[in-house]
Write a protein that binds this ligand. Structure first.
Ligand code: AGV
Ligand code: CA
Length: 313
């Protein structure tokens, strides 16, 4: 089977870490590096949890780097605490060791090095803000030609999920954390697949999903899914600001199995400042992105549970 080079930059949320676990199970993917940015999570437990997931569930080892980027608009601490929960899961701490190497380089330089080290182009998977990519492009413009595409969970052309004073609510959080970085990346020539908020409406975390995982907890990997998502409230009565969708996991699944999603070309731009900062808007002469607007939800659930089932060592 031919494999695709993927470099993964994530921000240490529950679905970011679950995404790493799933990437490691994909036979058609060669993970060339992982980096962690402290946006919707904390840095130390984010890097530690990543290394432990690689140790426990990876068929090969992968180097992990920590970002030294800082955002403009911080995520709520209550959400960020989830990183500590995943990092503390007994299944990740049974061995009491951390073997996966930690890079001495900051994330953006680690990514530059990882892209340059491959003969063939690399697909970038980002499930948090784009700060490290914006910095990498400024420091090493040569990498742009070696980036196959960017697959990003970010943005929305419908309703935003930022509810903060001094903002109008129109933005998605990964853009809002560092709107200037998203603007910088959108000004590059890199092809972008966008998994926006509306792309994930069909995959909320519900009790039915939880129960399916619980019923199969004898599989170590499915138990890991259930345990990880145990700290997020499920969608029961109505959507709230704390409702969880499988945002990053869908984005990751679309890299491993592109036929799960349907995309359309949209021209857009990012609003870099002001009360709508981080908003993505459709604009006729804006930059093109491939927006995921539909998906095979049942195919998605069986793909990720199938990967998790096969993860047993
Ligand atoms: O906006 C979605 C992004 C995804 O990358 N994150 C969570 C995913 O990792 C921010 C976010 C929005 N609502 C949240 C978020 C919530 N209720 N809890 C935690 N994070
Ligand atoms: Ca994320």
């Amino acid at each position: 089977m031919t494999t695709k080079n993927v470099y993964f930059n994530h921000d240490a949320g529950v679905d970011d870490l679950v995404s790493l676990f799933l990437l490691l199970q994909m036979d058609n993917i060669h993970l060339t590096g992982v980096s962690v940015i402290p946006a919707d999570g904390y840095l130390e437990p984010g890097a530690d949890a990543s290394r432990k997931i690689i140790d426990r569930f990876g068929k090969y080892t992968v180097e992990v780097a920590k970002s030294n980027s800082r955002g403009k608009n911080p995520f709520p601490a209550a959400w960020r605490m989830h990183t500590f929960f995943v990092d503390a899961l007994p299944i990740l701490n049974e061995s009491g060791t951390m073997e996966a190497p930690l890079s001495p380089l900051p994330a953006h330089q680690h990514m530059i090095q990882a892209i340059r080290a491959q003969q063939s182009p690399t697909t970038l998977l980002f499930t948090g803000p784009l700060t490290d990519l914006a910095r990498a492009l400024d420091e090493a413009p040569d990498i742009e030609a070696k980036i196959e595409k960017l697959v990003w969970m970010g943005g929305t052309f419908e309703k935003g999920n930022v509810q903060e004073p001094e903002h109008d609510g129109s933005a998605e959080w990964n853009v809002f954390w560092d709107p200037e970085a998203a603007d910088r990346v959108f000004k590059s020539q890199i092809e972008v697949d966008l998994v926006a908020l509306e792309s994930t409406n069909k995959v909320p975390l519900t009790l039915a999903v939880r129960n399916r995982w619980a019923a199969e907890r004898n599989y170590e990997g499915i138990d890991f899914l259930g345990q990880s998502y145990a700290c997020c409230p499920p969608l029961v009565y109505m959507e709230t600001n704390s409702t969880y969708y499988l945002w990053d996991v869908l984005t990751t699944a679309s890299v491993g199995k592109p036929e799960l999603v349907t995309k359309k070309l949209v021209h857009c731009e990012v609003i870099p400042d002001g009360i709508s900062q981080g908003r993505t808007i459709v604009k006729e002469d804006g930059r093109p992105v491939n927006l995921v607007y539909d998906l095979d939800a049942e195919g998605f659930w069986s793909y990720i549970t199938g990967l998790a089932r096969e993860s047993a060592p």
